[in-house]
Design a binder for this molecule. Structure first.
Ligand SMILES: Cc1ncc(COP(=O)(O)O)c(C=O)c1O
Ligand SMILES: N[C@@H](CCCC[NH3+])C(=O)O
Length: 428
């Protein structure tokens, strides 16, 4: 459920017709619903109820300041993977004490900045990273709170590009080695063990892999306890899927209920703070990509609807063959229906937003690509020297521009001509 619905034949974002947004801000344009973001966030906090918890929104899913600011005000923590994401969180008014830092290769300067602002925890993904963190913290006279990201080797049953909890993925410390790395962590002077972390993949549509992972983590926690190592929090990562088409992923409530049941037998579980790092399940269905049909191009074997958004704006279909619904925004005028591949202007055969879609459209019509609030704008590029699109947040009957469309001259700002060519340029 989201806040993008038809009223009298026109698709709205909350109380704003998307036609009005296209007129005011142009296309292509991302549109997010504040109410949907808030509802998705609260679904987690309400599901966990009185159990100690912290929901660390995965900034990578959608890092627009307005999104981060909204979630910060609702009490969210943040899961970051770079100092860039950290600075965004701070710029949006997020609390550094609620930030966890994931990622396989944190640089020294990134660690130093995170220590300086006092983040909650570093999710350490390897032994050398632990040693680097200890050294950086030592130089700054600090003690870094750490949680080891353990790779539990469970098959999340998701797309191979987005599965992260298998032995042959680059992420985390193999569960069998984790004990030794925890012992090392406990012996180092400038790190303090505070948690245990895992993240097994994204767009999971079943509970079983999460519960399998939890079982393996509980075995590890038991072994740590035997060695006198107690953690304050258990971070189960993100990964809960969303309905893009006909998937029926568990709701946060079902997920949390199943986890709490499984945890109930574990001694001291009521004091164990649960952390989650959801990205997609908060942002994906809180956004659409608005695009306009440029041309309809009938072909011998197929028809193309060429639109003004492309793979540089939304890469998920091209990269993962991901399916996202494509809807006409204004259905009030009569149109003939046909089957189209919806493609963009980029010079790549793989530049498509959807294939074989039955659509009743004409040139100039607006289309909305649904479920585009996560891994949409954040993965946009300037390929083909296309400025990145605008981003708009609707809030009731208001629409706020939360990122203006990139300007052409921004595309080459920071570039330079060679000295010889500058001279030629000057002489001309
Ligand atoms: C460490 C980590 N945490 C959280 C997330 C967010 O995942 P999702 O958007 O599937 O909830 C990811 C991305 O998969 C991740 O790598
Ligand atoms: N970007 C991916 C998900 C990767 C998750 C990041 N760990 C997607 O669009 O589905």
């Amino acid at each position: 459920m989201d806040h993008f619905n038809y009223r009298d034949g026109v698709l709205y974002g909350e109380k704003v017709p998307l036609t009005r947004i296209a007129e005011a801000f142009g296309t292509p344009c991302y549109v997010y619903s504040k109410a949907t973001l808030a509802r998705h966030f609260r679904a987690y906090t309400e599901a966990l109820g009185s159990h100690p918890h912290l929901i660390c929104y995965a900034v990578k899913a959608n890092s627009n300041l307005a999104v981060l600011g909204l979630l910060a005000r609702l009490g969210a923590g943040f899961d970051i993977v770079s100092v860039g994401e950290l600075e965004r969180v701070l710029a949006a008014g997020g609390d550094p004490a609620r930030v966890v830092f994931s990622g396989v290769a944190k640089q020294e300067a990134e660690m130093a900045r995170a220590l300086e602002v006092g983040i909650k925890c570093f999710n350490v993904e390897s032994r050398p990273e632990l040693e680097r963190l200890n050294a950086v913290a030592g130089r700054l006279g600090k003690v870094a709170p750490v949680s080891l990201r353990v790779n539990p080797d469970v098959d999340a049953g998701t797309h191979p590009y987005i599965s992260t909890g298998l032995k042959d993925n680059k992420f985390g410390i193999p569960v069998d080695e984790a004990l030794a790395v925890y012992e090392l962590a406990a012996s180092l002077p400038h790190v303090k063990v505070t948690g245990l972390d895992c993240h097994i993949g994204s767009q999971l549509t079943e509970l079983a892999p999460f519960l399998d992972a939890l079982d393996r983590l509980l075995v590890l926690l038991e072994r740590l306890r035997e060695r006198g190592i107690e953690v304050e929090h258990l971070d189960l990562g993100g990964g809960l899927g969303v309905p893009y088409r006909d998937e029926h992923p568990p709701a946060p409530f079902d997920y949390a209920t199943a986890l709490l049941e499984r945890l109930a037998d574990w001694e001291g579980s009521e004091r164990l703070t649960l952390l989650f790092e959801p990205g997609r399940s908060i942002a994906a269905n809180a956004g659409v990509l608005l695009t306009r049909v440029e041309f309809l191009k009938p072909g011998e074997t197929k028809n193309f609807a060429i639109v003004d958004a492309a793979m540089n704006d939304l890469i998920r279909p091209a990269l993962y063959q991901a399916w996202q619904a494509i809807l006409p925004v204004d259905t009030r005028r009569p149109r003939e229906s046909a089957t189209y591949d919806v493609v963009g202007p980029v010079c790549e055969t793989g530049d498509f937003l959807g294939k074989e879609r039955e659509l009743a459209i004409a040139p100039g019509d607006l289309l909305a690509v649904r479920s585009a609030g996560a891994y949409g704008f954040v993965m946009a590029s300037n390929y083909n020297s296309r400025p990145r699109p605008a981003e708009v947040m609707v809030d009731g009957d208001e629409a706020h521009l939360v990122r203006r469309r990139e300007r052409l001259e921004e595309l080459w700002a920071g570039e330079a001509l060679l000295p010889d060519d500058q001279a030629t340029e000057g002489a001309r």
